[in-house]
Design a protein around this ligand. Structure first.
Ligand SMILES: Nc1ncnc2c1ncn2[C@@H]1O[C@H](COP(=O)(O)OP(=O)(O)OP(=O)(O)O)[C@@H](O)[C@H]1O
Ligand SMILES: [Mg+2]
Length: 316
């Protein structure tokens, strides 16, 4: 399996551990770490952790961009960098002992028209060798909402399958180009159809509507409730019990990686997605699970979808 990921707005994530986050004070950090960040980057990290080959395409600029490339290379991930003039953004997270995480996300550089085109060209260049192209996250300034649609069209022309994990206008625009998989969470699904979701049945209806808009398969992640697969092979629901949630950051990205590495369709791939999501939330920060962290036997998959079950976190 060879999975190409695209992260249009990557980041250098700096996390400071502090005893207590007091506004207006000088805080002394007791710990500090630096990680490469971005949703496509997370998918690549999870794919690599599963022992598959991955190439991560992303615009990189300035000293933070060079450090992102260096950190990813250190994790055994091939990076296909697209050099851009603006420096890659640095995001700051402040972690308190009780697990509270306060984040400041920078907007990131504005990409020029030429840089936007070069990013598309770089994805196309690597498309032929990829089983899947996973396009993840929001778009940086300078990329129009049509950008993911163009990417899907180009990837299909090159014979690659595309999984898209984004939201808002860029998701809606891309559906017209028929992405093979989309992975909304409950909020993103509600936003795509323009109405709130209160039950699993509401999520099924919304996912069916997103398929009518052009998606081949909808893998909807419903937080603590599990995941829903609505595709050509039918509709399935899967979940796994989790004893203690340590961090849900990147759980959706781990799920998508598990789903694609398991083939990207059908109940078996759904089970892999849930196994990865359940493992990811039991690991700290955005640490991605390795095969040793997975408990596939704990996952239940059913085509008797519990339509009337209320969502633990209803989406508005
Ligand atoms: N509180 C939880 N308890 C158990 N499992 C969870 C919990 N939160 C998430 N998961 C697992 O992780 C999967 C993905 O989580 P979620 O739906 O929150 O994705 P997401 O919002 O796309 O996350 P992100 O974009 O931060 O990666 C869920 O479908 C589920 O399998
Ligand atoms: Mg997500």
């Amino acid at each position: 399996m060879n999975i190409l990921t695209v992260t249009p707005n990557p980041s250098l994530d700096r996390t400071y551990e502090v005893p207590d986050l007091a506004r207006g004070e000088v805080l002394r950090a007791t710990g500090e770490r630096v990680d490469p960040g971005g949703k496509g980057v997370n998918v690549s990290r999870a794919v690599a952790a599963a022992g598959h080959h991955t190439v991560a395409v992303m615009p990189l600029g300035g000293a933070p961009g060079a450090l992102v490339a260096e950190l990813l290379a250190g994790q055994g991930i091939d990076v296909a960098p697209v050099p851009v003039a603006g420096p890659t953004r640095s995001n700051i997270a402040v972690a308190e002992p009780d697990g509270t995480l306060t984040k400041i996300n920078a907007p990131g550089p504005q990409l020029s028209a030429a840089e936007s085109e070069l990013l598309l060209d770089t994805v196309t260049e690597h498309s032929g060798r990829a089983d899947w192209i996973a396009c993840c996250g929001s778009l940086p300034r300078g990329l129009t909402p049509q950008w993911y649609a163009d990417l899907v069209a180009r990837a299909h022309a090159a014979g690659a399958k595309v999984a898209l994990d984004t939201s808002g206008p860029s998701l809606i625009a891309a559906l017209r180009e028929r992405p093979d998989v989309v992975k909304p969470n409950a909020e993103e699904l509600a936003q795509a159809v323009g109405r709130p979701l209160a039950t699993i049945g509401d999520a099924v209806k919304a996912a069916e509507e997103v398929r009518e808009l052009g998606a081949g398969t909808v893998l909807a992640s419903l937080g603590a409730d599990g995941q829903l697969l609505v595709g050509a092979s039918g509709t399935y629901f899967a979940s796994a019990p989790v004893a203690l949630v340590r961090s849900n950051v990147g759980a959706g990205d781990a799920s998508l990686a598990g789903f694609l590495a398991a083939g990207g369709e059908g109940p078996g791939a759904l089970a892999a997605a849930v196994a990865h999501g359940a493992a990811a939330v039991q690991l700290p920060g955005s640490v991605m699970p390795t095969p040793a962290d997975l408990d596939p036997a704990a996952v239940t998959v059913t085509d008797a979808v519990p339509l009337d079950r209320p969502l633990t976190e209803p989406a508005s």
